[in-house]
Design a protein around this ligand. Structure first.
Ligand code: F6R
Length: 613
């Protein structure tokens, strides 16, 4: 949530900052602003709304070669012009310091009180503004010293970038719990909360650690601990393709990312399947066969869609390894003083690797001595660093708020984990090889589902007319239904509720009517007959049906009814079917939202990474 970008070099900063902010907008988009160091002092432009509004309103003469920018997702105070970042220590024309900040200052109220008593006038409702004043009031001789002194007074999380009129050649940045990188260019340097902001300029970066401060000038950077002793960090070249951060010919990132799934799935599997022994190789788990064998339980923690795919993962672990497994919302976990068991493997699943609830769950487990591994997409992210080992997802950058390709790769990560756990137990080599064959078939089968986009778009437009929908499934199909409902509500803003098909008659059937369609997950498996029986109950109450199913499932006299639509996905091994059943639900959500004219990549009230509690 929220994005930071900074520039120091020979070019005009403002256009570079605005372009960087556009690329960060998925992380927060209720207001945006930039500050540049100009000859007469600091110039600030900021306003509520999107980055394009900021760009349109930017004064013609906004010259300056050192600057910082921010796109905000409100946490303290409403999304208005005053609360937008950068924050300064004084009104326009008199400001000496400008600050942009991601994260939350927990003791902001006490600091505001203290500053007010000292006669400081605070103009915004934000926690960040106190930082600008603390830096301005510091008696230290250097900007690094002033920032260090100010940070010593605050409690909470931050990624910050600071400019000061008395130190016009530099940006000072600092990190604690909120990612921040320094980008190295040709006689120009960058600061960013996410590589996306600067990838068009450089992929040579240094990732700051928690507690680190960086002083960045046009010709280089120096890193320090908070007590200003050197950490001598150097930059490395990241192996990323800048094009991965562009939507290209796609009308949105979500569309692009859905269509990237076959290639992303291949990357997730590459080099990890061992056909000879019918198992998976996951060296990053840092566990030998004896340790793997000693695991008695698996507990998966994630939020939102990562939690739902975690439920799919728990199913895979139970089926393949016969180890009791369950998934829990990471956002709830630490609040119930969880019992941490030594022979349980805890698995944290997160695309961003930044989700604060998942990170705090990991910290709770580690504090109590548990072993936790991560299924994480963003390499070097906070959760990845905090875990004892893990499986990187290799989905590539995911920009759309609605997670698609990362989610698919999470499922594959769980399948690999379950295979490895199973093969040190009772899963036979034949079953291991059967699953490996299935995994190898998946990318092409995902492509087959994506090829149905035209037909699914028409169906989605009809579903979009409904104010309220059910998504139902059983056992392997239930997390699929939950994820389908999640995607649908996130971007179409329709009320979509997931239920176990078996639970319908225990209450929700009362809501079924002509106006409430049900999307039913009905794979060809041991529950098909029971599922089809439930479909009849829905049809008897005139509820329209979309049945996501396999070609050989017989819907009996429901076939051919005008209010029953069939979406057919290819069959794989039954354990792997959930992910193929999920892909058409992404397309349904996408086309419903498109039809309704919504901003697909930036749905209302949501941001890509939830870094605040
Ligand atoms: C849904 C979605 C969210 C995320 C959740 C966890 O499409 O994107 O529900 O899945 O916020 O995010 P990560 O995976 O980054 O921890």
């Amino acid at each position: 949530m929220c994005g930071i970008v900074g520039y120091v070099g020979a070019q005009q900063a403002a256009p570079i900052l605005v372009e960087g902010l556009t690329r960060l907008e998925h992380r927060g988009y209720d207001s945006a602003g930039v500050a540049v160091l100009a000859s007469g002092g600091i110039r600030v432009a900021k306003r509520a709304g999107r980055v394009r509004d900021l760009a349109e309103g930017l004064p013609k003469r906004f010259a300056g070669k050192v600057g910082i920018g921010h796109t905000r997702w409100a946490t303290h105070g409403a999304a208005n012009d005053v609360n937008a970042h950068p924050h300064t220590d004084a009104p326009a024309g008199q400001a000496r310091v400008a600050v942009v900040h991601n994260g939350i200052i927990d003791n902001a109220a006490a600091l505001r009180h203290r500053l007010t008593e000292q006669g400081v006038e605070l103009v915004s409702d934000t926690d960040t503004e106190v930082l600008a004043h603390l830096i301005a009031l510091s008696g230290a001789d250097t900007l690094e010293g002033k920032v260090s002194e100010a940070l010593a007074a605050i409690e909470g999380t931050y990624g910050i970038a600071v400019v000061h009129v008395d130190f016009p050649d530099r940006i000072v940045a600092a990190r604690n719990g909120s990612p921040l990188i320094v980008g190295v260019g040709e006689r120009e340097m960058f600061v960013a909360s996410d590589l996306a902001a600067i990838v068009r300029h450089t992929t040579t970066v240094a990732l700051l650690d928690d507690g680190e401060i960086a002083s960045v000038t046009a010709t280089g950077f120096t890193t320090y601990r908070q007590d200003l002793t050197s950490t001598a960090k150097t930059a490395t070249v990241l192996d990323v393709d800048p094009a991965a951060y562009d939507a290209g010919e796609h009308e949105s990132f979500m569309s692009k990312e859905m269509h990237e799934q076959p290639a992303a799935a291949e990357r997730a599997l590459r080099g990890r399947l061992d056909e000879r022994f019918g198992t998976a190789h996951l060296g990053g788990l840092n566990m030998d066969a004896r340790e793997t064998r000693a695991i008695r339980r698996v507990k998966i923690l994630g939020c939102g869609s990562a939690y739902y795919v975690g439920q799919m993962g728990a199913g895979l672990v139970e089926e393949l390894a016969r180890i009791p497994a369950d998934a829990e919302a990471a956002s709830e976990f630490r609040y119930r003083n969880p019992i941490i068991e030594p022979d349980t493997l805890y698995v944290a699943v997160s695309q961003s690797g930044e989700t604060i609830d998942t990170l705090l769950a990991v910290q709770e487990i580690r504090r109590k001595g548990g072993r936790v591994v991560g299924l994480v997409n963003v390499v070097g992210s906070a959760i990845a660093r905090e875990c004892d080992g893990g499986i990187y997802l290799h989905a590539g950058p995911e920009v759309a708020v609605a997670s698609t390709k990362a989610l698919t790769n999470m499922f594959l990560g769980f399948a690999l984990l379950a295979l490895q756990l199973g093969r040190v137990r009772d899963l036979s080599i034949a079953d291991g090889r059967r699953l490996i064959d299935g995994l190898n078939r998946l990318p092409a089968q995902i492509e087959e589902v994506l090829a149905q986009e035209g037909a699914l778009a028409g169906l989605a437009e009809r579903l979009a007319e409904a104010e309220s929908l059910f998504f139902v499934g059983r056992v392997r199909g239930f997390p699929v239904a939950r994820e389908g409902a999640q995607k649908f509500k996130e971007i179409s803003y329709r009320h979509a509720e997931a239920y176990q098909t078996s639970e319908l008659k225990h209450g929700p059937l009362a809501l079924i009517s002509e106006a409430v369609p049900t999307v039913a997950i009905v794979p060809a498996d041991e529950l098909t007959d029971r599922n089809v029986a439930a479909l009849h109950e829905i049809a008897a109450r005139r509820g329209p049906l979309v049945v996501v199913t396999h070609a050989d499932v017989d819907l009996g006299d429901l076939e051919g009814r005008p209010d029953v639509e069939r979406v057919v996905v290819p069959r794989n091994e039954r354990e792997l079917d959930p992910i193929l059943l999920t892909v058409p639900l992404q397309l349904l959500a996408y086309h419903a939202a498109l039809h309704l004219g919504h901003d697909i990549d930036k749905p209302r009230n949501l941001a890509k990474s939830v870094t605040v509690e």
